[in-house]
Unconditional design. Structure first.
Lengths: 293, 89
């Protein structure tokens, strides 16, 4: 068992999780190989499914594993046949940890976040809309990554904070090209995807979340603030586990979404078609934040 | 008008800046209601007679009886169309 640190928690894992920094001290979460005992979800090709409630349940990805997650503390990974190690690792670092965080009371968004002057700025949007590419572009401008793919929001303190996640950005070869990186230098995240894992500098302490941009390719204007109730709906729409939301903690999530919408500025960000324009987009955001270089 | 209605079991909501945001769990549909709509929604937490909803809204907002009745019925109709409302026997 190796103990790692991510999302502000110590994780002891039998599954190697190399992108994560090592940690010492008592682990708060344990990830072991074993047999799942709770009821399993029906497995559908090409989809990850979940069966359970707010405090425990089983996640399943066809060809990879059944993973039992209880009380935000105990994870049991039952791999299927000749499942790829890289695939299981991607499952653990993504959907499994997201559910652990949700069971521990955090809100989880499908988003990427970077740190600007000690505050977290998040980018929300559907798959393929450029959240990770934008985060990587900002990393190139000296802004550390806070999270890529799973943005967890903690309401424990007065202000909403985003704990630093996995120190890597997952990018398509085209996105890496657009950012001036050579795709061949980076390994694929796992065999089932074309995306590459690009290690990045990660923020130290959990920054306060102060602004969220919703990527909206169809928007005609570049940057438009939206109302708190529209923002609440966007937070629900872009929750990390939207498909299983009605099984986990929907009322709590909706309240957290409303609370967050009252606290942070949320703006719609129009996106031009070509990836090459990611630099123009980053310029527009820096201008909006008042930190144009 | 004497029919009793209430929020559907599958609907959950939260209030943000005076507006109710409603989520229908099964359908995954989201709604934002304005101030008056949110007031009506607030009355639906317990089964309530339609005419009572009209009385409350008419009392709180400057609107004549007939307009109020039409607006409330239209809103309740829309909520029903999206499975957010149930009729109580």
């Amino acid at each position: 068992m190796t103990t790692y640190r991510a999302y502000g928690i110590s994780i002891a894992s039998e599954v190697p999780l190399p992108p994560l920094p090592l940690a010492d001290g008592e682990p708060e979460v344990s990830i072991r190989s074993g047999r799942v005992t709770l009821p399993r979800p029906i497995v559908r090709p090409g989809m990850t499914s979940f069966r359970g409630g707010a405090k425990d349940g089983v996640l399943a990805t066809p060809g990879l594993a059944f993973v039992q997650i209880r009380h935000g503390r105990e994870v049991i990974v039952e791999s299927v046949g000749d499942a790829s190690e890289g695939g299981i690792r991607a499952m653990v670092l993504g959907p499994v940890l997201a559910i652990v965080l949700s069971q521990r009371g955090l809100m989880t968004l499908h988003a990427s976040a970077i740190a600007v002057n000690g505050q977290a700025i998040a980018f929300m949007g559907d798959a393929g809309w450029g959240k990770s590419t934008l985060a990587a572009a900002f990393h190139g401008r000296g802004r550390p990554l806070v999270a890529d793919d799973v943005v967890a929001v903690s309401f424990e303190q007065r202000e909403p904070r985003v704990p630093p996640a996995v120190p890597q950005v997952r990018l398509t070869p085209e996105a890496l090209d657009a950012l001036g990186d050579d795709p061949a230098r980076f390994p694929t995240v796992w065999e089932g995807t074309l995306k590459r894992a690009r290690p990045v500098e990660i923020a130290g302490e959990p920054p306060v979340l102060s602004r969220v941009y919703v990527l909206a390719p169809e928007a005609r204007t570049p940057i438009t603030p939206i109302t708190a109730s529209e923002a609440t709906i966007e937070f629900v729409r872009h929750s990390y586990a939207v498909r299983s939301l009605h099984q986990t903690a929907p009322a709590r999530y909706l309240d957290q979404a409303g609370q967050l919408a009252r606290t942070v500025q949320v703006l719609r960000l129009g996106r031009p078609g070509q990836l090459r324009d990611v630099h123009e987009l980053a310029d527009a955001i820096e201008q909006d934040l008042g930190v144009a270089s | 008008m004497s029919t009793r209605v209430a929020a559907a079991d599958d609907a959950i909501s939260t209030e943000v800046a005076g507006e109710a945001v409603i989520l229908h769990l099964e359908d995954g549909v989201y709604f934002g209601l304005n101030e008056v709509g949110s007031r009506v929604w607030g009355l639906l937490t317990e089964p309530v007679r339609v005419d009572h909803v009209c009385t409350v809204i008419e009392g709180e907002y400057e609107v004549d009886t007939e307009t109020c009745r039409q607006d409330v019925l239209r809103l309740l109709g829309e909520l029903a169309d999206h499975d957010l409302l149930r009729v109580v026997e």
